[in-house]
Design a protein around this ligand. Structure first.
Ligand code: ADP
Ligand code: MG
Length: 357
């Protein structure tokens, strides 16, 4: 089956008076690996189930290609679905689990065997075809669930936290498997996770959600480097937030004052004078002779980098990372330091969270 683009227009889902999905608009391109990322309870599963046809849609439209599918039943949408808990049938063998969807779609028996074999080979468990689910590890069960979704050649693949039940190492292995398969097959994929590292590593684009709304849509590097609001900056990776005074009558040559320390040559998107906030990633801060005074509370050597927890004079704790290759030694706890901020690597927010850089 040919893969579709997926259009979501002002979609709303109500539970009583509560808007679990509060007006979401997204254009997901054909063949794209698109991720819904956000904290628990923000409406990811609800939206995915609306796309799948397991939830009704209270307002707005969802389309596959040209066709609005609001009222198309789930089994006629041509979707493949993978769940967190695998949801494979315990009384059927691996091969029969994978064949199930083909039988339900009345695919001729002569075609079923080769397609099941092919799907099991794709996820590298061909040798397990005759096993029962209780004879499989968690990772193997998840591969069965993947094969079962791929075998029907869905037009859209939906995955809801498919790796959360696996241990950390297997999770990283499986996400590579999923990404490679998705690339090879070119199936439009909508993936749900609350794990930001997983989202950054696997996606073509990410929509960050909060309270049933989209906070930002973008490629992983955009989301990480240019978070459009403090929520995204705080949710993706680690950000240090510091209060600042902004003197930006001339937006091309603004100055910030952070904890008594002046940062010059800041470019703003518009003139702004007043109070604001900056967000700075730990790897963009450095220890220098000039900068905000603080004391190292805890230094942690992590191999490729050293993580410092620093208490600023203002009483605020921040995190600063130094690459081991750039460091002469690990600085001891209790050492007084100065934290320098690079004007080009910070994001400035005005009051209310408006992004100014
Ligand atoms: N069937 C339901 N009835 C009432 N409230 C629900 C139902 N399903 C989900 N919710 C609520 O909707 C919100 C979003 O849930 P969900 O989509 O499962 O979040 P996520 O998948 O992002 O963790 C939550 O506050 C949840 O409690
Ligand atoms: Mg969920």
């Amino acid at each position: 089956m040919q893969s579709h683009d997926v259009g979501i227009k002002d979609a709303v889902k109500m539970y009583g008076d509560f808007k679990a999905v509060a007006g979401i608009t997204l254009d997901i391109k054909r063949g794209e690996f698109f991720t819904l990322l956000g904290p628990s309870g923000c409406g990811k599963t609800t939206l995915l189930r609306m796309i799948a046809g397991f939830n009704t849609i209270d307002r707005g439209t969802i389309s596959f290609g040209e066709n609005v599918i609001n009222h198309v039943p789930a089994h006629k949408r041509g979707i493949g679905m993978v769940f967190q808990n695998y949801a494979i049938f315990p009384h059927l063998s691996v091969a029969d689990n994978v064949a199930y969807g083909l039988k339900a779609r009345k695919v001729p028996g002569s075609e079923t065997g080769p397609r099941v074999k092919n799907a099991l080979e794709m996820v590298q468990i061909a040798e397990l075809a005759g096993r029962m689910p209780n004879e499989l590890s968690g990772g193997q069960q998840q591969r069965v669930a993947l094969a079962r979704a791929f075998v029907i050649e869905p037009s859209v693949l939906l995955m809801d936290e498919p790796l959360s039940n696996l241990d950390a190492k297997l999770r990283v292995q499986m996400r590579t498997t999923i990404k490679k398969l998705q690339r090879k097959l070119g199936i439009t994929t909508i993936y749900v996770t609350h794990d930001q590292e997983e989202a950054l590593s696997i996606s073509d684009r990410i929509a960050v959600m909060k309270d049933g709304l989209i906070m930002q849509v973008g490629e992983p590097t955009q989301i990480y480097k240019k978070p459009e609001n403090p929520f995204v900056a705080g949710f993706i990776g680690v950000s240090n937030f510091l209060d600042c005074d902004i003197a930006g009558q001339d937006p091309n040559n603004a100055a910030l004052t952070v904890a008594g320390y002046k940062i010059k040559d800041v470019r703003l998107s518009r003139p702004f004078t007043g109070k604001g906030k900056i967000a700075a990633r730990p790897e963009y801060l450095s220890l220098d002779a000039e900068g905000i005074k603080g004391t190292i509370e805890l230094s942690t050597f992590l191999g490729d980098f050293i993580e410092y927890e620093i208490m600023l004079e203002s009483g605020q704790a921040i995190q600063l990372n130094e690459y081991t290759k750039d460091a002469l030694s690990v600085k001891p706890d209790g050492m007084e330091v100065r934290v320098a901020l690079d004007a080009s690597a910070i994001i400035v927010y005005g009051e209310g969270g408006e992004v100014l850089t």
